[in-house]
Design a protein around this ligand. Structure first.
Ligand SMILES: Nc1ncnc2c1ncn2[C@@H]1O[C@H](COP(=O)(O)OP(=O)(O)O)[C@@H](O)[C@H]1O
Ligand SMILES: [Mg+2]
Length: 294
């Protein structure tokens, strides 16, 4: 039964483009983009990660020196370079990267004068879309033209929300932008789901934010999915980018690793029980529960 479900999920998810988006900085966009991309590729999916942020954290997080990147996604957006010329291999065989570099910092302004400026990324992705099972776009912390390009190119949006004070602040504006894009620019855009990140289960604040976020997104008007899997605050997750590695290669036994693996399964539509049958030894994760912060 599981195999049939998995097969159907694979069919549905063929060539799916997912923008990881929140205009707030530091909500876990890059960490989620890198680690979901890594785990899905380790699960046998062919995955492309597009780094759309001039800070190039996804690029360096995958071990590529952003100072040595001569051609970035900028070349596709503003110089008509084919995406295939920009795709780099990474430490994981099934995972590929279109890097960012500092060129992107001028992109917002330079795009203004370009014809069909909202669709530059969609146009670039189109020829390679079905070469990949998943294409993730790591968005910058703004709702400017780069993010609008990501929303126009995407089939769906994942929204990482940090379990902190003011977690819900700005989400109304983000959801409004998504609605406007859906109405005017990309009618098939969906919200894939909300990822609760950096949870510290020792605090009441985390519990309150989780409850409030679930309540907010489950309202009749929104009905947006909040993933069951919650990403804990975990020191190993914050160390891994410094070593240019996704958590799967840096410390796969850490709680952060286990939770991103679990989230990748949830995204594939597989239940946590599926984790028991693979080689990741993730059962301990479920037994650990969510009360542990390593
Ligand atoms: N679950 C986590 N636990 C601990 N640190 C985290 C976690 N997620 C992200 N971080 C750290 O928090 C900072 C912001 O995360 P990042 O993914 O870069 O956010 P964004 O891309 O939204 O700006 C980074 O230093 C990152 O390493
Ligand atoms: Mg980022």
């Amino acid at each position: 039964m599981l195999h049939v479900e998995h097969f159907i999920t694979c069919l549905i998810t063929m060539g799916k483009v997912i923008a990881i988006c929140n205009q707030k900085g530091g909500t876990g966009k890059t960490t989620s983009a890198v680690n979901l991309a890594a785990y899905l590729s380790l699960e046998g999916k062919k995955v492309l990660l597009i780094d759309l942020d001039a800070q190039a954290n996804a690029t360096s997080g995958l071990g590529i020196d952003k100072l040595k990147v001569s051609r970035s996604i900028y070349s596709a957006l503003l110089e008509d370079a084919p995406l295939t010329d920009l795709i780099l291999p990474t430490v994981i065989p099934n995972l590929f990267l279109v890097p960012a570099n500092i060129d992107l910092s001028g992109c917002e302004i330079e795009l203004v004068g370009v014809m069909a400026r909202e669709y530059r990324l969609q146009k670039a992705i189109q020829p390679v879309k079905d070469d990949f099972d998943f294409i993730f776009i790591d968005c910058p912390p703004s709702l400017g033209l780069s993010t609008i390009n990501a929303l126009c190119a995407a089939d769906s949006v994942c929204i990482p929300v940090q379990c902190e004070y003011y977690a819900l602040e700005g989400l109304g504006q983000l959801l409004n932008t998504i609605s406007l894009v859906r109405e005017n620019l990309n009618s098939h855009l969906n919200v894939e789901g909300v990822i609760l990140t950096m949870a510290d289960f020792r605090t009441n604040l985390t519990r309150e934010v989780i409850a409030e976020t679930r309540k907010y997104f489950s309202s009749d008007q929104l009905q947006v999915k909040v993933y069951n899997t919650i990403i804990p605050r975990n020191i190993r997750l914050s160390e891994a980018p410094g070593f240019g590695k996704p958590i799967a290669l840096y410390d796969k036994e850490s709680l952060g690793a286990k939770k991103y693996l679990e989230l990748s399964y949830e995204m594939l539509g597989l239940g946590v029980e599926a984790l028991d049958i693979n080689s990741h030894n993730s059962k301990s994760n479920i037994e650990l529960g969510e009360n542990n912060v390593q």
